[in-house]
Ligand binder design. Structure first.
Ligand code: 5GP
Length: 347
């Protein structure tokens, strides 16, 4: 048995140190990024924040709302939409706002094959999503998918260590999804004892990916706009958000009213709730690794987007980064005790 002694950090363990800046206003900051993906060769321009492929977050309505508001953000559509609805959505909306998501189950792959047969050039990016990106089976799946769609951008994960990031990139992944256990409705750390503090995972995985010309998407654990700034400062190229975008009109879920207050349910995609809804129950051999929570209804997502994008712009002005691209170069983290960070409202 081996114990790794070096300290691994989470968002709550650090703050970003302010630096001299010539920026007069947060309006002067450009928070879009331009990328060229390693394998698909496609280019990307936008605000690199992605709504997670979860019920109530990764929805058509969310994608339409991002398009309407010209926020530049995108949505990983949850994988439970039927083929006909996906076709209708992609026929009517610019694909720039959406990642088509699949898991490793055969039905997802068949649906993707069918979609591509019917609409050969409609989707430009897909998200291959499994809870544990360390299996041989997953690597084979990634390689097969890359062979099948050579010119489509592939985001895949999740992993948390550099060697697996490298392996995935060399197997054809353009963007590696990073995060095991940090999600707001995830119980993996509790149920299995497995995980990795997210800030350190981002720093280490970004380093590994960038060395090979690949990118990473930091997935899970952001609870306030400051966490998003820290994730970008740590080297994340994209950031995926679940809980921060939950509870809005765009959820396509029912509103519940109790004692005059409005709520929505939000649940992990491997929670009992999700498994019962989509698969008719929890399979015997696996424990649920997600929970269900009741969250206050927050109206239209546009107000939340303003807070998020404003927070990132402001972080850039504090360190003198005129463009989001400069944020990692201008970020120095200072370690703080949890108590101090809580005073500043850190997650
Ligand atoms: P959040 O932004 O809410 O902290 O994290 C969102 C991420 O949590 C998702 O993108 C996904 O990677 C992860 N996640 C969603 N549902 C579950 C679940 O049921 N179990 C686990 N372990 N992770 C989940």
């Amino acid at each position: 048995m081996r114990i790794e002694e070096d300290v691994k950090l989470d968002f709550k363990d650090v703050l970003i140190r302010p630096k001299r800046s010539t920026l007069a206003s947060r309006k002067d900051v450009d928070i879009t990024r331009d990328y060229q993906f390693k394998w698909s060769g496609r280019t990307y321009n936008g605000v690199p924040i992605i709504a997670a492929n979860m019920d109530g977050v990764g929805t058509f309505d969310m994608a339409k709302s991002f398009l309407r508001s010209q926020s530049g953000m995108s949505v990983a559509l949850h994988k439970h939409y039927p083929l006909e609805q996906l076709i209708e959505f992609f026929d009517e909306n610019d694909p720039i706002s959406a990642w088509y998501s699949i898991g490793m189950v055969k039905a997802d792959q068949e649906k993707l094959n069918e979609f591509i047969k019917l609409r050969p050039s409609k989707i430009d990016k897909i998200c291959l999503d499994v809870a544990n990106g360390y299996s041989e089976h997953f690597l084979d799946f990634v390689k097969r998918t890359r062979d099948m769609v050579p010119d489509i951008t592939i985001m895949a994960g999740n992993v948390v260590t550099g060697e697996m990031v490298e392996e995935l990139i060399l197997s054809g992944v353009d963007v590696v999804k990073v995060g095991i256990g940090p999600g707001s409705v995830c119980t993996t750390r509790k149920m299995t004892g497995v995980g990795y503090p997210q800030l350190s995972a981002i720093i280490e995985c970004a380093d590994a990916a960038h060395g090979l010309g690949g990118l990473i998407c930091a997935d899970g654990g952001c609870t306030v706009p400051g966490d998003i700034a820290k994730a970008f400062g740590a080297g994340a190229d994209f950031i995926m958000l679940g809980g921060m975008l939950a509870g809005h009109d765009q959820a396509e879920l029912d509103l519940v009213e109790e004692n005059g207050e409005k709520f929505m349910t939000f649940y992990g995609m491997s929670s009992d709730t999700a498994m019962t809804k989509h698969k008719g129950g929890v399979a015997e051999y696996r424990a649920s690794e997600g929970k269900t929570v009741k969250i206050p209804y927050r109206g239209d997502v546009s107000g939340t987007l303003q807070d998020i994008l404003g927070g990132i712009r402001s972080a850039c002005t504090y360190v003198g980064a005129r463009r989001l691209k400069e944020l990692p170069k201008r970020t120095t983290f200072i370690r703080v005790s949890q108590q101090i960070n809580n005073v500043f409202g850190g997650g």
